[in-house]
Design a protein around this ligand. Structure first.
Ligand code: S3P
Ligand code: PEP
Length: 406
């Protein structure tokens, strides 16, 4: 794909986002658990997202070097998987992946009995899983404020440990719905767990193979809420989203209700239309960090002042998403002001420019979050291929709404 995509202003949207991708978070859990269960389950509607295609290929790979590219879940879940299944692998990724922390997970696995060595910088990929010397303990303390993926990774391998595992969660626990998603997927494959506020208890047990179908991705759906919020007129239909979902990002329905989107389920489809919006939004993104960029751009363009908390984890994702948002929002006369280490004010734009070109920082969500501005102005997105991480068909879905994207 070329290095930019030009989107021509289109203020009226009517159509169906036909190929909303399946959730990569759910798929990547199903793939790890299926491998631990013997690999015989029929898994349906696996995402075509690169993160999932990587997991599909790498979980059973005979190769000694495992390149997870920029997929956080793939890196964290496979580290625990290869460690506990005693496979000698070197896990590596993009230069950004080598800046994303993994020390908390490695320390936990080492204290359980895993032999893991860093081949570069301590606390960061690349690393090598070198063996497992027998379970050393059945309870560990782990902090929950850096990434919930460390906790999910440990939970999924815990049934395989002869003594089971109790995880004592320390401090603030972010992204909790993803921990609940892990428990729910484990349960589908026959493994029980007890999830308390500050503790997860998982007995030693066997996973049971079972057929499984992955739901559509609510984080991907959030961009269609944004298009609807910003368009002059819109009727957008989204397929295969579960109303009662294991995905925490389904809370987008509630956030976007404030930002001017009515969401109605009928006949298995979710239909989005416009409604009145509020003048301001206060939101804590601790448990839905992947929605922050979508919401920031909608507020910025719609003149809605935002009072945001829970953005801390954004600094260690595909890019420093706070810095990236600040940089790109300024191009439309908006800003994300850091008032303190725990509070941000979204200052909306007074007047949008006629056109702007947005950098994407190797972050799929920067590309997808800024694209809905096309309902108000001409938009250029740089390095548009980044969307392949979670929503490879994104630009084609835009075209299905009559948006010229070239
Ligand atoms: O477990 C998961 O599938 C994920 C957990 C979240 O990460 P953190 O737990 O690092 O916040 C989220 O941002 C990521 O996109 C997917
Ligand atoms: C943060 C994300 O993914 P990961 O951490 O799995 O790379 C994301 O998809 O927004």
């Amino acid at each position: 794909m070329s290095t930019t995509i030009h989107l021509k202003r289109t203020s009226v949207l009517k159509g169906t986002a036909s190929l909303l991708p399946a959730s990569k978070s759910i798929a990547n859990r199903a793939l790890i658990i299926n491998a631990l269960a013997g690999g015989t389950s029929e898994l349906h509607n696996l995402s075509d997202a690169n993160d999932t295609q990587l997991m599909l290929r790498l979980v059973g790979s005979p190769e000694p070097v495992i390149d997870v590219e920029d997929a956080g879940t793939t890196m964290r879940f496979l580290t625990a998987y290869f460690a506990v299944t005693k496979q000698q692998k070197t896990l590596t990724g993009t230069s950004r992946m080598q800046e994303r922390p993994i020390g908390i997970l490695v320390d936990a696995l080492r204290s359980l009995g895993a032999d893991i060595a860093y081949t570069g910088r301590e606390g960061y990929p690349p690393l090598r899983t070198q063996g497992f010397s027998g379970q050393q303990r059945n309870a560990i303390r782990i902090r929950g404020d850096i990434s919930s993926q460390f906790i999910s990774a440990l939970m999924m391998v815990a049934p395989m440990l002869p003594q089971g595992l109790t995880l004592e969660l320390e401090g603030k626990v972010g992204s909790r719905p993803y921990i609940e998603m892990t428990a729910s997927l484990m349960k589908h494959f026959g493994a029980s767990s007890t999830l308390l506020d500050d503790k997860v208890i998982i007995p030693a047990q066997h996973y049971i193979p079972a057929p499984f179908t992955v739901e559509s991705d609510w984080s991907a759906a959030s961009y269609w809420f944004a298009f609807t919020a910003l368009a002059q007129e819109a009727t957008v239909t989204l397929p295969r989203l579960f109303e009662s979902s294991v995905q925490g990002d389904s809370v987008v329905v509630q956030i976007m209700d404030t930002l001017g989107v009515r969401a109605v389920y009928a006949g298995g489809l979710l239909t989005l239309t416009k409604k009145e919006s509020a003048a301001s939004l206060s939101w804590d993104f601790t448990h839905c960090p992947d929605l922050a960029q979508t919401v920031a751009v909608v507020c910025a363009a719609k003149g809605i002042r935002g009072s945001f908390t829970g953005l801390e984890s954004l600094r260690i994702k595909e890019t420093d998403r706070i810095a990236a948002l600040q940089q790109e929002l300024r191009k439309i006369g908006a800003d994300l002001v850091e008032d303190s280490t725990e509070h941000w004010t979204l200052v909306p734009s007074q007047q949008l420019p006629a056109s702007a070109s947005f950098a994407t920082y190797k972050d799929h969500r920067m590309a997808m979050a800024f694209a809905p501005l096309v309902t108000l102005m001409d938009v250029t997105i740089e390095q548009p291929d980044v969307v392949r991480k979670s929503y490879p068909n994104y630009w084609n879905d835009l075209r299905a709404f009559g948006i010229t994207a070239a």
